[in-house]
Design a protein around this ligand. Structure first.
Ligand SMILES: Nc1nc2c(ncn2[C@@H]2O[C@H](COP(=O)(O)OP(=O)(O)OP(=O)(O)O)[C@@H](O)[C@H]2O)c(=O)[nH]1
Length: 595
């Protein structure tokens, strides 16, 4: 029992010891592997003062190396240089050309030491500090190539340092595999850039046509993502870090700052935050100020201060923006749902990307580009959300238009009924005016003006159709005396009474009017002499027989005439007047006929 414990303790001790003494295992290249992650075969040593020489490392410092235990080597932001050591055995029987590649392209400086035939080491250098033409292999990524003789085992050293995050996904590939993967990556980058470019230009066109700033901010945010992508892939200003001025330093992460700045502006417009939630708008404005400050910090502070500041701010923003989306959604903004959905894959894939660089997920084409794929998915989803936004606006505009039409219709109907009412009133007033213009105020009979017209039309009718027409002119007898004895008012009442007696006793077809003063004219269409005299006599009798205790008795004299062919109304009336004169002369209260 105790023997077992002792032997187990001893084995554990040996294992612990072996970590330091023997270091990482030797990579046995047997020709079957195509793309080998080097992290499991690496010993590492931090060089805090950046002072170690290769001689020291192969000599006295050799035992200081510790085996790396992470899946992806990641020293994040560090002022130290790091030395990596690995050994490879070529167990094939042919000479092998291998490619050592760091798949992150932003590392400032990588120096690769490979043994030469003299027992010394040959150094070659690459890094984002070095222009592509001056690199050992003219390639946008950081790569070295070296040969391995059959059955040869060699130990290699790699010195790395960078002001940017020191993330080292180191891979060893065969020449074939390197170019195969490279082509695949190029297609992938091309596809991503294609989508970004199309989205940006398309939305710029839309902005140009409809002038809604949401499309402009969308176009810019996608564009700046594209610029950032080009920079991180070393495809845009590959030698940018050669100069140390604020502008070139700004270009490292500045486009990402601008990407977020425009996505915040986009968010504000898309969710209509300024108009609906003024307080939330302060949050967005605060984020914009932060981003502008982060961008300006490249010109004020050192890169080592400005860079992590930018990096931390841009890491936080997606989560804040999702919070903004959730807030708007809970407040009933319909579009917020699409906004959140668009952000979710981006955030999820950002986590995949972050886990990969912290060695929690394997580094491969998919995990390394997860962040970029997330951004592109988000851009596509937000573009769809923009289309949906148009639909919502259309719906709103349609509803508003319908409402407007209903209101317009109600207004028109109201106006219509008002006009109708006014027209009716006007018609009544006109009719009243018309009536007044042809009516004698005192007796309510036709006045002289109307009588002239009616007489003319009757004379014309009689003339044209050779029909009989009679007229009678009557004048109250001794009316002056009534006025004088009983007063003008009594006289008026007599005139009114005579008018009503005439109306009551004439025939329906006869027309009665006041000719003037105490004179009345009665026009009798289709009436021959006998009938005319009969009607006149009836009227005369009705007047003179009238007996009322309130009103004094009175009588009237009548002059009648029948239309003679060709005469005018004036002549006809003047003949009746002569007959009237005759009645007066003969003692009044009688009817005379003008022959
Ligand atoms: N009350 C009243 N009197 C009127 C009106 N128009 C005319 N007169 C009066 O009628 C009278 C007519 O008088 P005259 O022409 O002398 O005739 P008369 O007194 O009837 O005598 P004869 O015609 O000969 O019977 C005048 O006194 C007028 O002032 C009226 O509208 N109202």
């Amino acid at each position: 029992m105790s023997e077992t414990i002792i032997s187990k303790t001893f084995i554990s001790f040996l294992m612990l010891l072996s970590l330091n003494v023997f270091g990482a295992p030797i990579l046995n290249f047997d020709g079957s592997q195509q793309d080998i992650a080097l992290s499991g075969y690496i010993d590492e040593l931090e060089d805090q003062d950046k002072a170690f020489t290769l001689d020291q490392l192969t000599g006295q410092l050799s035992d200081e190396f510790q085996p790396n235990i992470k899946t992806t080597i990641n020293y994040t932001f560090s002022d130290s240089a790091y030395w990596l050591r690995f050994s490879i055995l070529n167990s094939t029987h042919t000479k092998q050309t291998l490619y050592l590649q760091n798949k992150v392209t932003w590392i400032d400086s990588l120096t690769f030491y490979q043994p030469n035939i003299n027992g010394g080491y040959l150094a070659s250098k690459t890094g984002s500090d070095i222009t592509i033409e001056k690199r050992p292999l003219e390639h946008r990524s950081l790569v070295f190539s070296f040969d391995l003789e059959p059955d040869q085992e060699s130990t290699y050293y790699l010195r790395v340092e960078s002001v940017d995050a020191l993330i080292l996904p180191l891979f060893l590939t065969t020449e074939n595999e390197f170019y195969k993967k490279d082509t695949l990556v190029n297609y992938f980058i091309g596809a991503l850039l294609g989508v970004i470019l199309v989205m940006s230009v398309y939305n710029l066109f839309i902005y140009n046509v409809i002038r809604d700033k949401v499309y402009l901010w969308y176009s810019f945010y996608v564009l700046f993502y594209g610029v950032n992508f080009l920079i991180t892939q070393n495809l845009f200003f590959p030698s940018i870090k050669n100069s140390q001025d604020g502008w070139s330093e700004f270009l490292h992460l500045g486009p990402l700052n601008l990407y977020f700045l425009f996505i915040i502006l986009f968010t504000g417009k898309f969710l209509n935050i300024k108009a609906q939630f003024p307080k939330l708008n302060y949050v967005l404005n605060f984020l914009i100020v932060l981003l502008v400050a982060a961008s300006l910090s490249y010109f004020i502070f050192s890169y080592r201060v400005a860079m992590p500041l930018s990096a931390n701010i841009v890491t936080l923003i997606p989560f804040i923006l999702i919070g903004v989306g959730i807030y708007c959604y809970r407040k009933g903004v319909a579009l917020a749902k699409f906004y959140i959905i668009a952000w979710l894959p981006n955030c999820a894939l950002f986590l995949v990307f972050a886990f990969t660089f912290h060695g929690l997920l394997p580094y491969n084409l998919y995990t390394s580009f997860a962040n970029d794929v997330g951004m592109v998915i988000e851009a596509v989803l937000l573009s769809l959300a923009l289309a949906y936004r148009v639909r919502i606006f259309q719906k709103e505009a349609y509803t508003a238009q319908e409402q407007l039409l209903i209101e317009q219709k109600a207004q028109t109907e109201k106006l219509h009924s008002m006009v109708e009412q006014r027209t009716k009133e006007l018609r009544t007033k006109n009719a009243e005016l018309e009536r007044l213009s042809i009516t004698d105020k005192l007796t309510n009979l036709f006045n002289r003006r109307k009588l002239d017209n009616v007489l003319l039309s009757n004379v014309m009718h009689a003339k044209r159709y050779k029909k009989p027409l009679g007229v009678m002119l009557l004048d109250l007898d001794n009316f002056k005396n009534i006025n004088d004895c009983f007063g003008h008012h009594e006289g008026d009442e007599v005139l009114q009474k005579v008018a009503s007696l005439l109306m009551a006793n004439c025939r329906e077809k006869d027309i009665v009017g006041r000719w003037g003063g105490e004179e009345f004219l009665v026009i009798c269409p289709m009436t021959e002499k006998e009938e005319l005299l009969m009607v006149a006599e009836r009227l005369r009798a009705a007047i003179s027989d009238y007996d009322s205790p309130e009103i004094v008795s009175f009588s009237a004299s009548f002059g009648t005439a029948c239309y003679q062919h060709g005469e005018n109304p004036e002549l006809l009336v003047s003949r009746a007047d002569k007959a009237l004169y005759q009645s007066k002369a003969n003692g009044k209260n009688q009817v005379s006929f003008a022959n």
